[in-house]
Design a protein around this ligand. Structure first.
Ligand SMILES: [Zn+2]
Length: 378
């Protein structure tokens, strides 16, 4: 969830240039599998809406299966996953662990259904806690800080009323409540799964503490942190309204791109597996920087965030994506403010943003603090 089509300026499948190559000509059909390598399978689950599908992966552990990401908690996705695990390849061993890359619905939706006494959940604490929070019944209504966030961005009148009425119920409709205990993983941890060691590298900017998994034989399960063809949304969460999701994203693109090699085989959360991770990380950084440059030029005249969407995205926006894109535009504005390029002034309960004529162009990156290393043998 929460991926934008533009401003990605690469080719149709996002694999332009000599350093990028798609690993397969076709993808599995809904609820079917393709064996990527010994002990790694790719399952594709079709979704209604945007994004149109999600990729999940099955890993062979020493005594059972490990599922990475799950699909939504909908009858279609549930039936697809059940069918896979009842098939001849997988029916003779139990599903022992579900690893979730991040808390967005199509990645975590079924975890609460699949996990139980014999199937344990593995994710970051941020992922678990955020999902728990969004699944409590009172979270169905817009919280005061969400409404305040949109007011400050310039939403008003019937648009603000519509935002208030739309609520947060969609999340709970497609995400099952999580178990009350889980295995917490973080930066630098190692998962020993079957014959492989997978290193946990945490990405930032798209979702709180996003897990990526790097195997010792050059496979990378990247979730939405590194995607071909689409740019992950960098929405600012209303709970952290001044956060610089762009700096977090750029920092992750640089760090993860440098970890990769030409042989790294990226298994993404959406679209097709590919090689060329370093180049793709550069593109993912550049796509957002181009959008930010357009925004900066637009702010020679002072404006509210809501009045910048057309300049940033340059396309017709569907009503149901406006909230997400406003939150991402606030991320761009926060980044420009941290760079000393724009300033904001509170006028009638909304921020008016304007370019500072002497603005410097040096980007600022944040440094995340990481937890102690752990090793899990599963
Ligand atoms: Zn996703």
């Amino acid at each position: 969830m929460q991926v934008n089509l533009p401003p990605d300026t690469t080719s149709e499948n996002g694999l332009s240039g000599p350093h990028l190559a798609q690993m397969f000509d076709t993808h599995p059909n809904h609820g079917e599998v393709i064996e990527i390598a010994d002990g790694i399978w790719w399952v594709r689950i079709e979704l209604s809406g945007v994004p149109s599908h999600v990729n999940v992966y099955i890993l062979r552990g020493s005594t059972g299966w490990i599922l990475v990401d799950t699909g939504n908690n909908t009858p279609d996705s549930r039936e697809a996953i059940e069918r896979v695990f009842q098939s001849p390849t997988f029916c003779n061993a139990p599903l022992q662990y579900v690893i979730v890359t991040h808390f967005h619905p199509e990645h975590i939706g079924l975890a609460g259904v699949l996990c139980g006494p014999k199937t344990k959940l593995i994710c970051t604490r941020s992922c678990w806690a955020t999902t728990k929070l969004l699944c409590i019944p009172s979270a169905g209504d817009r919280r005061p800080e969400q409404v305040e966030f949109m007011k400050l961005a310039g939403l008003a009148g019937i648009d603000l009323e519509a935002f208030f009425r739309s609520g947060n119920r969609k999340f709970r409709e497609v995400v099952a409540p999580l178990p009350d205990s889980f295995f917490n993983i973080g930066q630098g941890d190692i998962l020993k799964i079957g014959g492989r060691k997978w290193a946990v590298e945490i990405g930032h900017g798209h979702a709180a503490d996003h897990v990526t998994l790097w195997s010792d034989d050059q496979f990378l399960i990247s979730g939405d942190q590194i995607l071909p063809g689409i740019s992950s949304n960098l929405s600012v969460p209303p709970s952290e309204p001044d956060s610089d999701t762009v700096a977090q994203w750029i920092d992750s693109c640089v760090r993860l791109g440098a970890l990769s090699s030409p042989e790294t085989k990226c298994l993404p959360g959406h679209n097709m597996p590919f090689t060329g991770v370093a180049r793709r990380c550069e593109q993912l950084k550049e796509n957002h920087i181009k959008a930010i440059d357009r925004l900066l030029n637009h702010l020679t005249i002072p404006r509210k965030a809501v009045d910048c969407l057309q300049a940033v995205y340059r396309r017709d926006l569907a009503p149901n994506e406006r909230g997400t894109l406003i939150a991402e535009t606030v991320g761009y504005l926060n980044h420009l403010r941290n760079r000393g390029c724009v300033q904001r002034q509170l006028v009638n309960n909304a921020y008016i943003w304007s370019r500072i004529s002497s603005a410097a162009d040096d980007p600022i990156n944040t440094n995340a603090s990481f937890e102690a290393k752990k090793v899990f043998c599963i």
